[in-house]
Design a protein. Sequence first.
Length: 135
Amino acid sequence: MRLVASAGTRPRASFVSYTAHITPERTENYENRISMAGTRAMAGRTLLEGAVMVEMRIVLAIPQSMSKKRKAQAIAGELFPTKKPDMDNVIKAIYDGLNGVVWKDDVQVVDAFVRKRYGEVPGVHVRIVPLEAAA
């Protein structure tokens, strides 16, 4: 199963006091967009129940301030986006957005391959592969 989410990656969450955990509205909106993309990709199929592998490509917009030379390097994959958003926050938002839509829970992800690169069309490309038949 494949899905593509538009740009607008958002860090995962904020912590308030010692125990309260709040998901910011922008993160929640992003997770909702992921859920909608997952629903379209599932096309009425049942939730995946067994172990799954996730391949994810996070594509960030090339900053307008980059020189032509650096933009060419970014497009060629020679320049890496060592800036926010943190890759782990994007992964968590994607997984949370797919809970109950593609799989029952993200604990089913047992293998993952993730890349974060610059590209001309920002977004997140996700491929999910069932590793075992549902019981």
